[in-house]
Design a protein around this ligand. Sequence first.
Ligand code: NAD
Length: 361
Amino acid sequence: MEIREIKEDGYERIVVGIDKDAGLHGIVAVHSTRLGPALGGLRMWPYKNEAEALYDVKRLSRGMTYKSAVAQTGLGGGKSVIIGDSRTQKTPKLFQAMGRLIDSLNGLYITAEDVGTSVEDLEKVAQSTKWVSGLSREAGGSGNPSPYTARGTFVGLKACIEEVFGSADFRGKTFAMQGVGAVALPLGKMLTQQGAKIVACDINPDNVARAKRELNATIVEPDAIFDVTCDAFVPCALGAILNDQTIPRLKTRIVGGCANNQLAEPRHADALQSLGILYAPDYVINAGGIINVSCEFDAGGYREENAIPKVDNIYRALKEIFATAKTDRVTTAVAADRVAERRLAEGPKSRARSMQGGVER
Ligand code: NAD
């Protein structure tokens, strides 16, 4: 394999790997290991060219640094991509070659699942490197992250409700959920158990039927979700859905959900604030999955009972961000970045996690 190093300001390491025999054109970007080894998923996507892939992997790896810094996972930020079509171009050789590229970084970067890759693909990656997390419980990993992301989003919404309404009382409150997939379904169950009402939409008819059946949800057309009068708007589908067209339509006091990259542009955090809408920064409220995976690196390996209190800490993380936003007179999005940057400036609280052992299983 041909491995090429790219120097970029602000990034610790970026390596491009090309293995013609395996059909691999992949990139690993390590943004920061200041707080621990860089953990982030492996994305497979049909990027037009290397420049487009590089842009994406850099943006995503920096995002992981911030996410882990706020969530205090003891990990840094990194991400990797394979240029290719995940529907037609997956082969065992491809993922084994990607494993070799990851292995060349000697534990500086640890991979996981992401868009376009599955646990089965990661098992192939793990044939050539030990720096793989998020495998199944049977394979010694922490398993499906979605229920933990749901739990974290739930405690995050509790912090939001308390902030806006003065008490964490969900009874009779309406939550408008955009998308009712793997995270939103268990989240919806937690909300209804607390007496909340769900209005939902989805483009997948099976998921719509399931939400009606299991959440007793009122269903609206996908585009109509932005017009629902509610207490919290809960994005659980796509990115960039908070934009110039949708924000003026919102009739809510809170925006908080599991979707990644909800704001089309950073200025949309100001737009929400000026309408008096409390925004729970996406990378803070949706960190439950990464927090759960990070527990694979605990001494003695993954234990759910250690993961749960850390996921629940998202409640406190959001409270800290709301307080910082008030004292610094900034949006909650800026406040989240400030909390992350403060943690990065302070450095690791305890010794950074071991980079020697690989993932214990
Ligand atoms: P999922 O694919 O199971 O669920 C997404 C749902 O959104 C699907 O049911 C899909 O049909 C629906 N959807 C897509 N486009 C839509 C539209 N325009 N309108 C309405 N519904 C639409 O995915 P998931 O794992 O539940 O993740 C949801 C979001 O949360 C994603 O943005 C993901 O990146 C993010 N996230 C997930 C996790 C996790 O642990 N799974 C962790 C962090 C962030």
